[in-house]
Design a binder for this molecule. Structure first.
Ligand SMILES: [Zn+2]
Length: 355
């Protein structure tokens, strides 16, 4: 694993990962790891949906009910862009051409984030040091939520199972603003973000400017400023809630383990086993969830094989599950989304109780 400024270390010997890799390679039977033309069609459909909703909101709708309906559709387009285009291309899983993935990953700029910062935070820090307190930024809410047993408890955490939806709603807008802090400090938790190239600096500022133009400036040429701000706020609050919940359901639930490295930073099990302990699949009974979440619902397979497209995850999951059963390793799965939402809320309630 790459040195990102953290002392956490996994054993170099990785027999479980080697076995899983060889079995998954055999199961793929020479098929491409991406979705090929189907993946391209998926990207085109999502971009068309977003563009159609955006243009309609700008210059077609003339009734409030139409605006609400199209805004809700736009939110779903943004979620699909986040999961199927941005997240998968950050992992080079949409196309076999690296440059295509790099271009598609810039869709994050349209969503308010910055691809260079998020790529490091997600693919290096989160995927390597999953749910390790003080390192994985995904479980660090600045103390607003207590997600991990090693995080300090505050009396207001008693209510976190009730107020978490409000915080999740702010996550997409938080993306836009939190980037400025990370850009200034160039740190994610204990990890130092690699220095930006001049091009990445330009893309950071250009991306933020593009978001302001698309979300505020251009719509204000068609509608009153108050209406634009209210609509943008509503869209980004609902989008933020959806996307944050999808990411949280995969790790922050009552059946996931919370690994505590030793004083010197060593973890006593290999990285693949760490992923199996800390990661949860959900909604696997419904194939649509795999598409809607871009494979995030098959989070175990995604963490182990992030460069493989989500279209292959159901087949791969059978191999991973069988191997875990053989080796006596955990394989956390909630086949129905309802049960994982309950497990998430129950975990928040448990962490909210005074330790
Ligand atoms: Zn990922």
């Amino acid at each position: 694993m790459s040195d990102v400024g953290t002392k956490v270390r996994f054993p170099a010997d990785a027999p479980v990962y080697k076995l899983l890799r060889s079995r998954v390679r055999a199961a793929m039977a020479g098929r491409a790891r991406t979705a090929g033309a189907l993946g391209g069609l998926n990207v085109a459909l999502i971009v068309t949906l977003i563009a159609a909703c955006y243009v309609s909101l700008l210059c077609w709708v003339d009734a409030a009910w139409q605006a609400v309906l199209i805004a809700l559709l736009l939110v779903q387009g943004l979620v699909l862009m986040g999961t199927n285009i941005m997240h998968e291309s950050v992992h080079d899983a949409v196309s076999r051409h690296r440059w295509v993935n790099r271009v598609l990953a810039r869709s994050l700029e349209v969503l308010g984030g910055n691809q260079s910062l998020w790529r490091f935070k997600h693919t290096v820090v989160h995927h390597t040091y999953t749910s390790i307190v003080g390192v994985d930024d995904d479980i660090d809410t600045g103390g607003l939520l207590r997600l991990h047993p090693d995080q300090p408890w505050r009396s207001y955490h008693r209510l976190q199972a009730l107020y978490f939806p409000a915080l999740y709603s702010l996550s997409a807008l938080g993306w836009f603003f939190a980037d400025f802090v990370q850009y200034r400090t160039m740190r994610v938790g204990t990890a130092r973000i690699p220095d930006f190239t001049p091009g990445e600096h330009a893309l950071f500022w250009g991306g933020k400017a593009l978001w302001i133009v698309l979300v505020l400036a251009l719509p204000m040429m068609f509608h009153p400023p108050w209406l634009v701000i209210a609509t943008a706020l509503a869209i980004y609050l609902v989008f933020g809630f959806n996307i944050a919940l999808i990411f949280q359901l995969a790790h922050v639930v009552e059946d996931a383990s919370w690994v505590r490295p030793a004083e010197d930073g060593t973890v006593d099990h290999e990285w693949a086993v760490h992923q199996l302990k800390t990661t949860v699949n959900f909604g696997t009974a419904n194939g649509l969830w795999n598409w809607y979440t871009g494979g995030l619902s098959y989070q175990i397979e995604h963490h182990l094989f992030p460069r493989i497209s989500h279209v292959h995850y159901p087949a791969i999951s059978r191999v991973v599950k069988q191997t875990c059963a053989e080796l006596g390793l955990p394989y956390h799965e909630h086949r129905h989304t309802r049960s994982v939402v309950v497990a998430h809320v129950r975990h928040l309630a448990a962490m909210g109780r005074r330790p």
